[in-house]
Design a protein around this ligand. Structure first.
Ligand SMILES: [Zn+2]
Length: 146
């Protein structure tokens, strides 16, 4: 899902706030092989918007740096935004781990990921869904980088 050969200067930004906002530690997540899937939490957030429990500004609150990364580094996906229905949905991948910036590293190319795989230590990739139109964003899954 990474761009090949792209040399986009990607902004580095923490997605920890995303995880915290979405209650990672309480997520009813499906876990397999160290991967955690946040579809249930995502569905709950979407449902809360559709039932009026949450406002659009509450669920479409991507910060400016996340929006910049979505525009510059986001990989387009073959599904529409669950909030606005536009086709501006992308996934942005951040990796956290030893000797990486505290705010994580935004992954642009498969080469970026390969360089992290060659390092020693435990690294975790966070896949975040972002709509470039309405600013919807949600953590999709976390995966150990192996
Ligand atoms: Zn949208």
């Amino acid at each position: 899902m990474y761009r090949s050969g792209a040399s986009v200067a990607c902004q580095r930004q923490s997605v920890l706030w995303v995880a915290m906002k979405q209650g990672v530690t309480q997520a009813a997540a499906n876990s397999a092989g160290g991967s955690i899937d946040y579809r249930l939490a995502r569905d709950r957030t979407i449902r809360s918007y559709k039932t009026g429990e949450a406002t659009r500004s509450e669920v479409c609150d991507a910060q400016s740096e996340l929006m910049r990364n979505a525009r510059e580094c986001g990989v387009e996906v073959d599904r529409d935004c669950p909030i606005c229905g536009e086709t501006e949905l992308v996934e942005v991948v951040y990796v956290f781990g030893p000797r990486l910036p505290a705010a994580g590293r935004c992954i642009v190319t498969e080469g970026d990921m390969e360089r992290i795989r060659r390092r020693s230590g435990d690294f975790t990739a966070y896949d975040v869904e972002v709509c470039r139109s309405c600013k919807w964003n949600h953590l999709l899954r976390t995966n150990p980088v192996v």
